[in-house]
Ligand binder design. Structure first.
Ligand code: TRP
Length: 338
């Protein structure tokens, strides 16, 4: 049976946190072990440039993201793990697709519309203030990421659904005009995957400053877990697990038995301090071996570099072949004499 090709990108602008782990990394690594799935995972470093113009941060984040995925056990024999910027064909395809994409489609992109709305709210004279062409046309780069490798299922968070649909629209338009060359991707949103809440109870996100880094020291993990917002109920007073951020985090890491156990503890009035101690242990047990590997990888970037270069080589087998087909279809030929 032919394998289904999963493809997803990780923007390299921050340090991976528990929310990234639960929402994206953990399910992706699990999928990469499924014999019916062929996975393409990449560091979307050109996407990083859209919002981040600090070269040190782009470089550091790429390194941290790569080390994180490898430390957590991504099987790079059975998946293709690469850095977007190591595959120049993606940018060539981006231009070709740009010429097939209606500007009106980009006008409808949520990311662009949100930026415009903010300007309007702030009574700015220019609704496009601060909007680069990178931000405006970024769904096209994302479409190229996907279509370059004939990605079939694209696992993403809800905020990215529109972009995958746009990739599909762009592919359809291309195929209609030039023949059936591009594979139409489908979005994959796993309803069972938890969206993790952060220290303040809102969705864990870099932009809220409420994250818990995945691989800081054990001490720091404990410290941050102790900072999670709770209420004023005393030890011995029954507590409602459903509105407790600490319980929400518990469920993202616990087995069904452990969840039942903790519910019972809440009913019996477990102290917040004790709950946090158990939560730390639960999470730390699942991360501690990977943390050691992460630290080792971070001081050995040569190894990471080699893995990424090998990945890019595998990826380019596909991208070079497809780009050749695409270029021929649009009339960009390597030589007039062939
Ligand atoms: N834009 C995505 C995000 O912010 C990351 C990404 C880039 C991506 N290229 C992709 C995801 C291709 C899926 C497929 O999360």
């Amino acid at each position: 049976m032919a394998k289904t090709r999963y493809l997803t990108g990780i923007t390299t602008t921050g340090t991976p946190h528990l929310g990234n782990y639960v929402g994206a990394i953990r399910p992706a690594i699990l999928a990469s072990k499924d014999p019916n799935i062929e996975s393409f995972y990449f560091l979307a470093d050109y996407h990083g440039l859209i919002k981040c113009h600090d070269p040190k941060q782009i470089r550091q984040s790429s390194l941290e993201v790569a080390a994180t995925w490898l430390a957590l056990g991504l099987d790079t024999e059975n998946s293709v793990f690469y850095r977007q910027s190591d595959v120049p064909e993606i940018l060539e395809l981006t231009w070709i697709l740009t010429c097939m994409t209606a500007k009106g489609l980009m006008n409808r992109s949520h990311a662009y519309k949100a930026a415009v709305q903010e300007n309007v709210q702030n009574a700015s004279k220019d609704p496009d203030k601060g909007v680069t062409m990178g931000l405006f046309s970024y769904p096209i780069l994302m479409a190229a990421d996907i279509l370059m490798f004939s990605g079939e299922k694209i696992p993403v968070g809800k905020d990215q659904i529109q972009h995958v649909e746009m990739a599909r629209d762009i592919a359809q338009r291309f195929n209609h005009h030039f023949g059936d060359i591009l594979t139409l991707p489908e979005v994959l949103v796993d309803e069972n995957v938890a969206v993790l809440n952060g220290l303040d109870g809102r969705k864990m996100s870099k932009s809220y400053g409420n994250t818990i880094p995945l691989f800081d020291t054990e001490k720091k993990l404990q410290k941050l877990i102790n900072k999670i917002k709770t209420n004023l109920l005393e030890p011995g007073e029954p507590k409602n697990p459903d509105d407790a951020t600490v319980f929400h985090l518990w469920t993202a890491f616990a087995s069904p038995e452990q969840i039942a156990y903790m519910k019972e503890q809440f009913a019996q009035g477990i102290a917040w301090g004790q709950m946090k101690k158990e939560l730390f242990q639960l999470i730390n047990d699942q991360l501690k071996d990977a943390r050691v590997r992460y630290m080792e990888l971070m001081v050995n970037p040569d190894h990471i570099e080699k893995v990424l270069k090998d990945g890019a080589e595998k990826a380019r087998d596909s991208s070079q072949a497809l780009l050749k087909q695409v270029k021929a279809a649009v009339g960009i030929v390597p030589s007039f004499c062939d």
